[in-house]
Design a protein around this ligand. Structure first.
Ligand code: SAM
Length: 235
């Protein structure tokens, strides 16, 4: 049980083993692929019958890694540079009452493992192992909003240029050959969304993040993000 009367219907297997690098919203990093694996009680074909005709699904999930930190009445969204404090209900912060998340993700396909369906999702903003509480199809005729606005969150992003050292580029090519995972494209998209916390911006510095089982080190100089090295974690 995830809460009073709530059940976990599945878990996310994503390319994000840790928080740093996870996109701040769904859809920002299309190459962020994940599997949704159903828990035993919900792992039946009939529960997803007809879902294949939808391009996108809403996921309701639990910010499980934020549970221990509790919630806050006001937060400072990283997109606003950490300078403005807004009410938690004016943000998408994980530190909210009930710790419920909502993401609109692309449904790339439904695989079958024996008799068990597995959803293949694109553009996720979810940590590996995130518990999913519900799945609903995206209904464009009702859900798409033509006259929306999002106030101070509407701002131009500074374009980022991502480059790779020779050794990092070679690693990504070999890794993709061996695993089929498009590591270089994923790194480019993650860095283009600038995963740095607001407090770390504006400084020439190097950073580390993990994608799948790879640790990536990169350096920032202005709007140039240079990937220095990639190593398999644990080596
Ligand atoms: N689209 C969702 C929403 O609006 O509810 C999530 C937005 S939230 C700002 C996205 C961030 O939540 C990610 O960048 C990551 O830091 C964090 N996150 C993702 N999965 C999480 C999890 N299972 N537990 C805690 N934090 C998580």
């Amino acid at each position: 049980m995830a809460g009073d009367g709530l059940q976990i219907v599945g878990r996310i297997r994503s390319c994000f083993p840790e928080n740093f690098g996870v996109p701040r919203q769904a859809g920002l990093v299309p190459t962020a692929i994940a599997e949704l694996r159903f828990t035993r009680e919900f792992s039946r074909k009939e529960l997803v019958r007809g879902l294949e005709q939808f391009s996108h699904v809403w996921l309701l999930f639990l910010f499980h890694q934020a549970l221990a930190e509790g919630w806050q009445p006001t937060v400072r969204p990283p997109r606003l540079g950490g300078r403005r404090r807004l009410g938690v209900f004016a943000t998408r912060s994980p530190h909210r009452p009930n710790h419920l998340g909502l993401s609109l993700v692309r449904l790339l396909g439904i695989d079958q493992e024996g008799d068990q369906p597995v959803l293949i999702l694109g553009g996720v903003d979810l940590l590996d192992n995130t518990p999913v509480l519900d799945i609903k199809p995206y209904l464009s005729y009702a859900d798409a909003v033509g006259d929306s606005h999002c106030g101070c969150f509407e701002q131009e992003d500074v374009p980022v240029v991502v480059t790779f050292s020779a050794v990092a580029g070679d690693f990504c090519r070999d890794y993709q050959l061996q695993t089929g995972r498009p590591l270089a494209r994923l790194i480019e998209e993650v860095l283009a969304a600038d995963p740095r916390p607001a407090s770390q911006r504006g400084r020439k510095k190097s950073f580390g993040m993990s994608l799948w089982d790879v640790n990536i080190r990169w350096q920032v100089d202005g709007n140039r993000f240079h990937v220095l090295s990639c190593t398999v974690t644990g080596t």
